[in-house]
Design a protein around this ligand. Sequence first.
Ligand code: IMP
Ligand code: MG
Length: 179
Amino acid sequence: MESIKILDKWFKPYLTEAQILERVKAVADQMNEELKDKNPLLLAVLNGAYIFAADLTRMLTIPMEISFVKLASYEGVMSTGKVKEVIGINEDLEGRTVVIVEDIVDTGRSMKRMIESLGTRNPAEIKVCTLLFKPGKLEEDIKIDYCAMEIPNDFILGYGLDYDQQGRQLRDIYVVEER
Ligand code: IMP
Ligand code: MG
């Protein structure tokens, strides 16, 4: 695999699709075991989690539902600190096991906002599932129940994650390269 240029930055290969899918499978196995009698409602956060959610749900063998919500907080490579409202919740969450499915937990602000917002709708429990987690950047007190991979603080893209909306369709994950 070769480095690629997206807008003004170079990115080098970091995780192959096969490596990613192996980790997604491990998370799916864990959910199949722990949530088997709960008919969980997965709420995948658009846009970043669309590919992760598609692969993860097709590895789930338990009764489950999926829907999509949105909230945007990121521009370029720096978090803006401004987190928008959660939109798109049309389901009744009362008494449900809700699993938030995210692409990445960075500072944790977006996830905290999601948990707070969904919490007002009386779910039985809220679980947190993320493809990637940057422990070195975490600023909020969040419990992550399902995590496919922990990564360093570097900016990454591909497999749903973008750099200024570019690169989401890449099958592999790339990391920014200093040149
Ligand atoms: P947080 O609120 O700081 O945890 O940021 C979470 C959101 O920022 C994620 O849902 C992503 O959309 C975006 N984000 C954080 N780190 C990266 C990255 O390395 N690449 C692409 N997007 C990122
Ligand atoms: Mg996101």
